[in-house]
Ligand binder design. Structure first.
Ligand SMILES: NC(=O)c1ccc[n+]([C@@H]2O[C@H](COP(=O)([O-])OP(=O)(O)OC[C@H]3O[C@@H](n4cnc5c(N)ncnc54)[C@H](O)[C@@H]3O)[C@@H](O)[C@H]2O)c1
Length: 267
């Protein structure tokens, strides 16, 4: 399998390069910034995601895409629109043209960040984006659905929680995704015989998860880490996590709290 990874110069890309080394026939790395070096089995194609010609060049000859490239947090509409929305459209459409019909998309928990923490949700619930950033991830899931239904793609949208070497605060006892489990989830998305449109949660096997990840487990995802191992230290911190009452009520944390002017009890 020949795999294109967009956003390959970033945090997740760097970890995946290391963990996937040698696993596929070719790992083509792409990013808008230059990458200092490539290893065996890797090559680099520089591409700006909002430029369709660039994306076509990056995808040519590939069988599958791990689409990580994006503005990775809340930002202005002027930045989110070209990178995350136009860029994701370009990736799907160029993949269709090139015959690369499998895409593993880095969605986010911020596509569903307005759900309350006392409500466990699965892969079937309607999206509740919490920011412009979350809206762009909801768009990525929706274009995945369109290309599955219309063009027979296999798509895994990973609603990634918090990708860190170790959980950083009390919220991440629920949302943490370890480095090793990220690699396990991405390889599941690339190698499961058939995905259809699979929405999965990008989290480790966390005891305090708010997310029912049965779709990922059905596909073969077998996470090995659990944020609970860090609970005593994280719960003893003062404060245990950033933000106020809205952030502490809602799954998206400080993202839904930004700009929110209402009473959290109405949510
Ligand atoms: N890290 C997390 O906890 C987390 C959580 C949820 C979702 N995600 C998603 O996972 C993906 C990777 O996240 P990350 O933490 O590695 O972020 P990152 O910022 O470290 O990496 C993103 C990469 O995308 C590239 N990029 C940005 N705009 C681009 C453009 N217009 N054209 C080409 N390349 C562009 C950047 O240069 C960067 O190298 C993102 O889509 C992010 O939204 C991450």
């Amino acid at each position: 399998m020949r795999v294109l990874m967009t956003g390959a110069a970033g945090h997740i890309g760097g970890v995946l390069r290391d963990k996937l080394a040698g696993r596929y026939d070719l790992l083509r790395l792409s990013d808008v910034v230059d990458m200092p070096s490539t290893g065996p089995g890797e090559e680099f194609v520089k591409a700006e995601l909002s430029d369709m010609a660039d994306v076509r060049t990056a995808i040519e000859g590939m069988d599958a895409v791990v689409h990580l490239g994006a503005i990775p947090s809340e930002d202005s509409w002027e930045k989110i629109l070209p990178a995350n929305i136009v860029g994701t459209y370009n990736v799907f459409e160029a993949a269709r043209e090139a015959g690369a019909r499998r895409i593993v998309f880095a969605s986010s928990n911020h596509a569903i960040g307005f759900y309350r923490r006392d409500h466990t949700i699965d892969d079937q619930v309607p999206q509740r984006p919490d920011t412009r950033y979350g809206l762009s991830k909801a768009f990525g899931e929706d274009i995945g659905s369109l290309y599955v239904d219309k063009h027979g793609f296999d798509v895994m949208a990973m609603r990634i929680g918090s990708f860190q070497p170790e959980p950083q605060d009390a919220r991440q006892l629920s949302t943490w995704l370890s480095y090793g489990d990220m690699a396990r989830l991405v390889t599941t998305g690339l190698e499961a015989p058939s995905l259809g449109m699979a929405i999965v949660y990008g989290i480790s096997r966390n005891t305090r998860s708010w997310w029912d990840n049965r779709r990922a487990f059905e596909l073969g995802y077998d996470p090995q880490d659990n944020a609970e191992d860090f609970a005593d230290r994280l719960l003893a911190a003062d404060p245990p996590e950033p933000g106020g009452r809205v952030a502490h009520t809602l799954q998206g944390g400080i993202f839904p709290e930004m700009e929110y002017g209402g009473d959290p009890d109405r949510l």
